[in-house]
Design a protein around this ligand. Structure first.
Ligand code: HOZ
Length: 430
């Protein structure tokens, strides 16, 4: 496969943009080679500057559940653009999207829109602190909640990919209120509550997607809920990635555990930059201008982003069963690849939640970040570049998740499995 134009584009970009990218994990550093530069996407496919075409299992890291250039979303965006790009004043579109979001989540009475997942989570933490009048927070090693100071501690995603789970530039004073626990280990959370009586909230990705895909055990989440209630702390589900991916009604509908605050992003923007956080009315009433907890943004509730989000979510409202169709495809994909790997003597651990899928080259089950780090990163890199060469675009880090969109057909899944068989054979025979 010729990727010369991408190589040249990357070299130009590196002269002007740190690392040549505007989000670190995109740089392909952990899988080797250079990132491919995308020219366009349509349905299940993306094309690059060299004219290569790939089946896209990244889907812009989650937002594009209906694939690239979904007709309804595209039309909604074009229509919104014709009315004006931004007003910094209320529009009907915000209330319409809010109504839709609230209709999906039992735990959300009111929602505020922001422009990114990072912003949503940062604001949710402030709200939890304001509501409880406490300072400490508990987060889990390997969970990623965006790049705000207090949360960039032992974080997953790009932070883990580059071995800097806690970043320089974050003053120790800013993270002294962040307590760390181990995912799926309730004793580690009990220890946090024993160490501090000032815990405002526990934040968790109930379906972790930033240390690879590692869903939380149901029982663990139930115990977490009980611990929070017993200690007067709020439970935050960070569903920026898993929202409308694991289930249309949130992880609460899969696990039976109701959070106090939910953070959202990705799918709710239909591909435009949007984040949101929501909770029951009593908690949201603390937020300015109703209450004293301050949070604001010039582009918050941007009309074009609201239109894209509304188009995406209303499609999901009308076709909620689509998640189980995607789940069946995702299961077939990982089971198929796992069997092909095994035939070549390679052991894979796989998991699926709705349209999210994950795999580790690991002999043992992965239940937390420590387990994930024991996966074979070199093998992952070989698999990634082999699949890219065959025309299949997977996330370029083992600490990320794969996504199926409705544009990916059963036939494409079978083609992916066939390609994986070829790649595993090449790896085994090398
Ligand atoms: N942190 C994002 C996925 N977990 C990656 C964002 C990006 O590089 O676009």
């Amino acid at each position: 496969m010729n990727t010369q134009a991408s190589k040249e584009a990357f070299s130009q970009a590196q002269k002007l943009i740190p690392g040549g990218v505007n989000s670190p994990v995109r740089a392909f550093k952990s899988v080797g080679g250079t990132p491919i530069f995308i020219t366009e996407g349509k349905g299940a496919y993306i094309s690059d500057v060299d004219g290569n075409k790939y089946v896209d299992f990244v889907q812009s890291w989650g937002p594009l559940i209906f694939g690239h250039r979904d007709e309804k979303i595209e039309a909604a965006v074009i229509d919104a653009v014709k009315h004006g790009l931004s007003f910094g004043a209320p529009t009907l579109a915000e209330t319409e999207l809010a109504k839709l979001v609230v209709s999906f989540f039992d735990s959300i009475d009111k929602v505020r829109f922001v422009s990114s997942g990072t912003e949503a989570v940062m604001s949710a933490i402030r709200l939890a602190r304001g509501f409880t009048s406490r300072d400490d927070i508990v987060k889990f090693t390997g969970c990623y909640h965006g790049h705000s100071d207090a949360l960039l501690v032992e974080a997953g995603s790009g932070a883990a990919t580059f071995g800097n789970p806690s970043s320089p530039g974050v003053p120790a004073d800013f993270t002294k209120h962040t307590l760390l626990a181990e995912y799926n280990n309730i004793e580690s959370v009990k220890k946090c509550f024993a160490d501090s009586n000032d815990i405002a909230c526990v934040i968790i990705e109930p379906i972790a997607g930033n240390m690879g895909l590692v869903p939380a055990d149901k029982e663990f989440l139930h115990e977490l809920r009980e611990l929070c209630d017993k200690n007067g702390a709020l439970l935050i589900f960070d569903e920026v990635m898993s929202g409308f991916r694991g289930s249309v009604n949130g992880a609460e509908s899969i696990t039976g555990v109701k959070p106090d605050i939910v953070t959202l992003g990705k799918v709710i923007g239909g591909g435009m930059p949007v984040g949101a956080f929501g909770a029951r009315a009593e908690i949201m009433a603390k937020l300015s201008p109703e209450g004293p907890v301050y949070q604001a943004g010039t582009l918050s509730g941007n009309p074009v982003a609201m239109a894209a989000g509304y188009a995406a979510l209303s499609k999901l409202k009308a076709n909620a069963q689509v998640i189980s169709v995607l789940e069946t495809r995702a299961k077939r994909l990982v089971e198929g690849m796992k069997a092909e790997a095994l035939a070549c003597g390679i052991t894979m651990q796989t998991d699926v939640r709705g349209s999210m899928f994950g795999f580790f080259f690991n002999d043992n089950l992965v239940k937390n970040f420590n387990d994930a780090t024991k996966s074979d990163a070199e093998l992952f890199a070989k698999f990634h570049s082999g699949m890219l060469n065959e025309g299949f675009y997977f996330a370029c880090s083992l600490y990320e998740t794969g996504f199926i969109s409705t544009a990916i057909t059963d036939e494409m899944i079978e083609d992916t499995i066939k390609a994986s068989a070829k790649v595993f054979k090449e790896i085994a025979n090398a």
